[in-house]
Design a binder for this molecule. Structure first.
Ligand code: NAI
Length: 213
């Protein structure tokens, strides 16, 4: 797939399409038109067609999309047909919450281990994993084919820990620490800031209030 010119905005919308298609699949819906999908998802049919045209269309004109096929194709584009091995660095509130969320596994993301620098946490069981010391990190990453690290540690230590992980073969970071990581260009970083979403919410509350005044 040549996706070099596909905007991040389009990529950012694919998970939502996948969620809706997953629900349609679960309800045994076999076909859906862009108009029906548009009504269901509250986006315009033309937006849907434009998004899908980035990947060659998927649909037959006037015939609708085959739900199973479309679901599988979007999952493939998102790389969800592959399995990933993750570790979590930082077994605090956020790290534990992520470790306890089972649904990531359904998408092919397997949590293999959780690490922390605080020895009071060593041996604590979180779901089916024991919190491990940072001293065991390098060997564990190499032995378990870990490709993604989730960083749920304070920003003061995230940059250094990320460098260490790149050194032992980690290829991607799901970074919750509020700091930009200093990693080589071939390493993939997805920064997550829940507060960004909350600020967007705040903006939209403001807009609604202004409309009602
Ligand atoms: P927490 O204090 O409950 O957990 C942090 C854990 O990291 C602790 O267990 C601590 O021992 C461990 N840690 C500290 N330095 C370490 C190191 N060098 N190596 C390994 N482990 C280390 O904090 P919480 O609430 O879980 O948040 C974690 C981080 O995520 C914080 O920096 C917070 O600002 C950030 N955060 C980000 C959010 C986002 O949307 N991006 C949302 C919530 C928190």
């Amino acid at each position: 797939m040549d996706d070099k010119n596909i905007s991040q905005a389009v990529i950012g919308r694919l998970p939502r399409y996948l969620r809706y298609l997953g629900e349609l699949k679960d309800s045994n819906v076999e076909r859906i038109s862009s108009q029906e999908l548009s009504e269901l998802m509250h986006v315009t049919a033309s937006q849907i067609r434009q998004d899908f045209n980035n990947f060659g269309g998927f649909g037959q004109q006037g015939y609708g999309y085959k739900v199973n096929y479309l679901y599988d194709e979007i999952a493939k584009i998102l790389g969800l047909n592959k399995t990933h091995h993750l570790i979590i660095i930082g077994a605090g509130n956020l790290g534990q919450a992520l470790a306890n969320y089972m649904n990531f596994e359904r998408r092919g993301f397997h949590f293999k281990g959780i690490f922390d620098a605080n020895e009071a946490l060593y041996g604590k069981k979180i779901r089916d994993m024991y919190v491990q010391p940072m001293d065991d990190l390098i060997t564990f990453v190499k032995d378990n084919d870990i490709d993604i690290a989730v960083l749920t540690i304070p920003k003061a230590s995230a940059v250094k820990v990320a460098e260490q992980l790149v050194g032992c073969g980690v290829k991607a970071f799901w970074n919750f620490a509020h700091v930009d990581l200093n990693v080589p260009k071939d390493i993939v970083v997805e920064n997550v800031h829940l507060s960004d979403s909350l600020m967007k919410l705040s903006y939209n509350i403001n807009i609604k209030q202004m409309e009602n005044e």
